[in-house]
Ligand binder design. Structure first.
Ligand SMILES: Cc1ncc(COP(=O)(O)O)c(C=O)c1O
Length: 405
């Protein structure tokens, strides 16, 4: 097949060449700029999913593209046996932003979740002795698809048929401290919680709830881990979403938007746990590679700018207002709207998977999660005019969906 193949040519090729785990895919995205992408047939879309929370600075942001090109021309890979300048600078940048003390880099959210689970167990064994290996996770959580992260993930669809899972994980309910107390025991070494649940349907944890987790972890000398893989990096109008709640964790997980589109995850560790992962105990060949970290530094310069973050909050309110107008006009179809900053879910009164296809036909990319929740994660650089345009396209898609019954 020659370069420049069409959607249908690529779809045919994929059917015979790729595993079916992503379902049938009939559109190939070949170009992106800002909040827009174009497919192989030349159709333009407003991308309000942003690679599921990856393209926070938009597609091909000039600073990110330039940083990647410059680093690729200097050094693409170097083993972690040696210092890697962009990695060290990014570690310092992320620690200063998050209030954590040290960083480790992996290549994905899953990998750093896995690292956090290992860290919590290892620290408890070192500090409190054996037998303290239980991790508390939450209903509707999503943390990844490797054995540890999958075992801490709630959704049965993710776990089904892959057992036996990693033991020692108990589930409680977000924003319900009684449910946490019900599963708490002396064996708890850590609590793993998304500050705003993404895949589970956009559920923000309240400040009171996070404070309650903080108190319990302090009392037990367990680690409080905030998974900010989807809700961090400016997405919610704060550098990290927990900064809006004013509760400090012991560990922060960042990934997705961190690498500006390149694979990168960060485990950010507070003072309590900086000595746990001693030489040889953990590592990665590619984690923290020079090009991804150079991109990450460019992303940080954009998304951690205080005036940019204020704008994210304001644009979130603006878009929320547009969604609210749709809700008022279609109360039979739209139940609630929830979220924080530019991480917003519109909860429908019935399953919404078909809306995704109707929106795409109108040039709007979104997805539907937790069966009934339309999820909006537009690039944080999206203008108010583009947000309006997206809301108009969504309204038309919902009207057609409603008319079909
Ligand atoms: C909150 C959260 N944690 C972890 C992950 C896993 O990240 P990755 O797909 O980069 O491995 C995701 C991915 O959607 C996520 O949303």
């Amino acid at each position: 097949m020659t370069p420049g193949a069409s959607n249908s040519q690529l779809s045919d090729l994929a059917r015979g060449a790729c595993l079916p785990n992503y379902g049938a895919r009939d559109v190939a995205m070949v170009r992106g700029a800002g909040s827009r992408v174009w497919d192989a047939d030349g159709r333009e879309y407003l991308d309000f999913l942003a690679g599921i929370g990856v393209n926070n600075v938009g597609h091909c942001h000039p600073a990110v593209t330039a940083a990647i090109a410059a680093q690729a021309g200097a050094l693409i890979h170097c083993s972690n046996l040696y210092l890697i300048e962009p990695q060290v600078r990014l570690a310092d940048r992320l620690c200063r932003q998050s209030g954590m003390s040290r960083a480790f880099f992996g290549n994905s959210g899953t990998e750093v979740t896995e690292a956090a689970m290992k860290l919590a167990r290892r620290r408890a064994r070192d500090v409190r002795g054996p037998g303290h290996d239980t991790i508390i996770a939450f209903a509707s959580s999503f943390h990844g698809r490797t054995y540890g992260s999958m075992s801490a993930t709630w959704n049965p669809k993710v776990r089904e048929g892959f057992g036996p899972l990693v033991p020692g994980i108990r589930f409680a309910t977000v924003n319900d401290l009684e449910s946490v107390d019900a599963v708490w025991g002396d064996d708890v070494c850590g609590v793993l919680v998304e500050t705003v649940q993404g895949e589970g349907g956009i559920h923000p944890a309240t400040a009171d709830f996070l404070r309650g987790l903080r108190t319990r972890c302090d009392a037990a000398d367990a680690l409080l881990v905030f998974d900010e893989i989807q809700c961090g990096m400016g997405r919610c109008g704060y550098g990290f979403a927990y900064q809006g709640a004013g509760v400090a964790p012991d560990v922060v997980l960042a990934a997705k938007a961190l690498g500006g589109g390149l694979p990168l995850g960060a485990l950010l560790v507070g003072e309590k746990a900086v000595d746990v992962l001693q030489p040889g105990s953990h590592g990665s060949t590619f984690g923290g590679n020079p090009v991804a970290c150079a991109a990450g530094l460019a992303v940080c310069d954009v998304v951690f700018d205080p005036s940019f973050l204020t704008e994210v909050g304001e644009k979130g309110c603006h878009f929320w207002g547009r969604l609210g107008a749709i809700q008022r006009d279609m109360p039979d179809l739209v139940d609630t709207i929830r979220g924080l900053g530019l991480m917003i879910g519109m909860v429908l009164t019935r399953p919404g998977a078909d809306v995704v296809a109707l929106a795409r036909r109108r040039g709007l990319l979104i997805n539907c999660t937790a069966d009934r929740v339309l999820r909006f994660l537009p690039p944080l650089t999206t203008t108010r005019e583009e947000l309006d345009e997206g809301a108009d396209r969504l309204r038309a898609a919902l009207e057609e969906f409603r008319a079909k019954g």
